[in-house]
Design a binder for this molecule. Structure first.
Ligand SMILES: Cc1ncc(COP(=O)(O)O)c(C=O)c1O
Length: 352
């Protein structure tokens, strides 16, 4: 290891993605539907309108207007990022200095830990209750006792799929002094948002992505919704021209086709309900999902994993987290992929 490396970086593990050639890739909560063919003409027209010899719109002006439109806010309430991963990084950079405290309920999305560690902050993990619901009292107490600068809340949460009640989010806002970054990556599958609260309250930031319901993970586009004063702070750390002209062009098409996205989302929600009803008679724990994935827990974990591997179905597991022992997170796929998942469970897991 190079002796000049910062101490905080030494223990970080690079983000790795399995490159296995699965029949169905259900391990990253992407959309199973590639809309490129549907949108090809619109995308080509948008691309032609870009001058790729020039830098792109520095602040994604047209895209922010479209995003503001579907969210019932103003473009000044929005900043775009290279995926919501970049939003998480920018929010951390704005508020976290060496040894500042950040409260993170666990288990949750890993990028909060990476961003805070890179910024030099200290993480205060708050273990969720055994039913995976966030321990709201413990979050509030830890934030106040440690004068936490920032709290990350993933609503609905990845990897559990559970959503924290709006009244609990309001309690955390009202009973702490921290900045609260609410990750709504799966908002479209849930329907409830803290966006209006964030527009009013400078201590709240809502983070969104086009990688899940909108089905364009490949272009890398995330955004934050917040009060203009908070957006102004994030703008200070944003890299110039962080969103390429190509990404802006495709993102505009995706957002303009919001109605189509809404009907696809509805189909995914129906698929989620179908899976739960098909599997509910099995001796299998199924967490209540408000997302496009479901977390399962089974005593037959090892046999299930062998079977998923044999069927070349990519799923996600958490060998390092004791709370997620025997848990498998599986994204919703096409009907055919979902049927393949159901078949594996029915073959391996007995009826109750
Ligand atoms: C909760 C959560 N936030 C953020 C992201 C990252 O999304 P993006 O593709 O916009 O960087 C993910 C991706 O899986 C996620 O699950």
């Amino acid at each position: 290891m190079n002796k000049n490396v910062r101490a905080k970086i030494v223990d970080l593990v690079p983000y790795k993605v399995s490159s296995t050639n699965y029949r169905w890739t259900l391990n990253a909560n992407e959309s199973p539907i590639n809309l490129f063919d549907d949108w090809q003409d619109e995308i080509m027209a948008e691309l032609k309108s870009e001058s790729i010899n020039l830098y792109p719109s520095a602040n994604c002006d047209e895209l922010r207007n479209l995003l503001a439109n579907i969210n019932g806010c103003l473009a000044d309430n929005i900043v775009c990022g290279n995926g919501s991963d970049e939003i998480i990084k920018m929010v951390t950079e704005v508020f976290i200095d060496q040894n500042d405290k950040v409260v993170i309920p666990t288990p949750t999305f890993s990028e909060y830990f990476t961003s805070v560690t890179v910024a030099g902050g200290d993480i205060i993990p708050i273990k969720s209750k055994t039913d995976f619901s966030f321990d709201v009292d413990a979050i509030i107490e830890a934030a106040n006792q440690n004068q936490a600068k920032l709290i990350f809340l993933c609503v609905p949460n990845n990897p559990t799929g559970l959503a924290t009640k709006t009244s609990d989010i309001e309690r955390i806002v009202n009973e702490t002094q921290s900045i609260i970054a609410i990750d709504e990556a799966y908002f479209e599958f849930y329907g409830k948002t803290s966006a209006l609260l964030a527009i009013e309250n400078e201590r709240l930031i809502v983070m969104r992505t086009l990688s899940k319901a909108f089905g364009v993970a490949g272009i890398r586009l995330g955004y934050a919704i917040a009060n203009p004063n908070t957006i102004d702070l994030i703008q200070r750390v944003r890299m110039p021209y962080n969103i390429s002209a190509l990404t802006q062009a495709v993102a505009r098409v995706a957002v303009r086709n919001f109605e189509q996205i809404q009907s696809i989302t509805q189909i995914m929600i129906e698929e989620r309900e179908r899976m739960v009803s098909q599997l509910s008679l099995l001796d299998l724990e199924i967490m209540e999902s408000h997302t496009n994935f479901i977390l399962y827990r089974s005593k037959k974990f090892e046999i299930l994993m062998e079977k998923f591997e044999a069927e070349r179905i990519g799923v996600r597991v958490y060998p390092k987290d004791p709370m997620l022992r025997n848990c498998i997170r599986i994204s919703l796929g096409t009907k055919e992929a979902n049927d393949a998942v159901i078949a594996v469970f029915k073959e391996v897991v007995n009826n109750v």
